[in-house]
Design a protein around this ligand. Structure first.
Ligand SMILES: Nc1ncnc2c1ncn2[C@@H]1O[C@H](COP(=O)(O)OP(=O)(O)O)[C@@H](O)[C@H]1O
Ligand SMILES: CC(=O)N[C@@H](CCC(=O)OP(=O)(O)O)C(=O)O
Length: 296
């Protein structure tokens, strides 16, 4: 039996959600679901339920997922090591095949299934579907020592986004489907490109003029050197944290894309803890925001 105090708490929490539901009704919310946040089946199910609830109350969630650890696991099974430079996987032709199988197959259809089980209508896509993501080979420029020319690093089949065509997403949204997008792009040459999922989420949020971009990961947000949560960061703060090595690895593309999205017209971008049950609902529908808010 629920006691009266608990009933009051639940009632308050539900009414606390009302102004947020009204504010976000009909608005697009891009949610980046990182591979590192997909660690526990119970959490994955609750994530799927949160997404279905958002759709049910009138928001338009668009899911962009990662799957870095899942790709790494399959590569390991075939005896291949993963190498990252600035948070991007060095992707040779064999690795690209694995990336497509894992992201477009295993991970994408896994999320679609969970959303369907929770009563939603999800459609899985890669960036190749409906011309969603056109890409070209990334030329990663690495700054060398002072007075030395900068170097171009070859990451193989890693892509940078040339254009986003949102028409397929809009068609799906209008028909009450929830798009679930794997970060693989198509080149003019018919080539497949592996793109960091944070970058895809940021560009899709900008192209859709999304109200919010949420990046779910496996930390409570951006942390300082003492491992304390930084609740708000602007361009200058971020540059300083990159320069002194506090922000590194997988957090680099995350802050960069959050900043781009916040600059290019997304309402706001946050990095939140996907290990917290109902992180998405807590961030969107309660007074208590969680994680790191990124702004200009
Ligand atoms: N300053 C920082 N604060 C928090 N995490 C950081 C920071 N710098 C680097 N990281 C690393 O970034 C990781 C998140 O990026 P990533 O592994 O790519 O996750 P995801 O799969 O969610 O995209 C964290 O687990 C952490 O190891
Ligand atoms: C170029 C590049 O690094 N692509 C990523 C794509 C998946 C991804 O971004 O997954 P997470 O969000 O879980 O890190 C990769 O191959 O791991």
């Amino acid at each position: 039996m629920t006691d009266t105090n608990t009933q009051n708490d639940i009632g308050s929490l539900l009414t606390e959600a009302l102004p947020y539901i009204q504010r976000y009704s009909g608005k697009t919310i891009v949610i980046k679901y990182g591979g590192n946040a997909m660690t526990d089946p119970e959490l994955e199910r609750s994530f799927a339920k949160d997404v279905v609830l958002l759709k049910q109350v009138g928001l338009n969630p668009v899911i962009v997922h990662g799957g870095g650890p899942q790709i790494g696991k399959v590569l390991e099974q075939i005896g291949k090591e993963s190498h990252f430079i600035d948070g991007m996987r060095v992707t040779d032709t064999e690795t690209m095949d694995v990336v497509q199988m894992v992201l477009g197959g295993l991970v994408n259809k896994g999320i679609v299934s969970l959303i369907s089980q929770a009563g939603g209508k999800a459609v899985g896509l890669t960036g190749k579907d409906g011309n969603l993501i056109r890409a070209k080979k990334l030329q990663l420029e690495k700054k060398a020592e002072a007075n030395q020319p900068s170097e171009i690093i070859d990451l193989g089949h890693v892509g940078e986004i040339e254009s986003i065509n949102t028409s397929i997403i809009k068609v799906l949204e209008n028909e009450s489907f929830i798009p679930v997008i794997a970060p693989v792009g198509l080149g003019a040459d018919g080539e497949s490109y592996n793109i960091n999922a944070d970058i895809v989420a940021g560009k899709i949020a900008s192209a859709l003029g999304a109200e919010r971009l949420l990046l779910l990961t496996n930390t409570s947000g951006v942390l300082n050197k003492q491992d304390e949560l930084l609740t708000g960061l602007n361009t200058k703060d971020i540059q300083a944290l990159i320069d002194d090595g506090t922000i590194q690895g997988g957090m680099l593309p995350k802050v960069a894309c959050a900043l781009d999205a916040a600059t290019e017209g997304t309402g706001s971008a946050c990095i939140i803890d996907g290990r917290v049950k109902h992180a998405v609902l807590l961030e969107l529908l309660t007074d208590k925001g969680i994680g790191t808010l990124i702004h200009r």
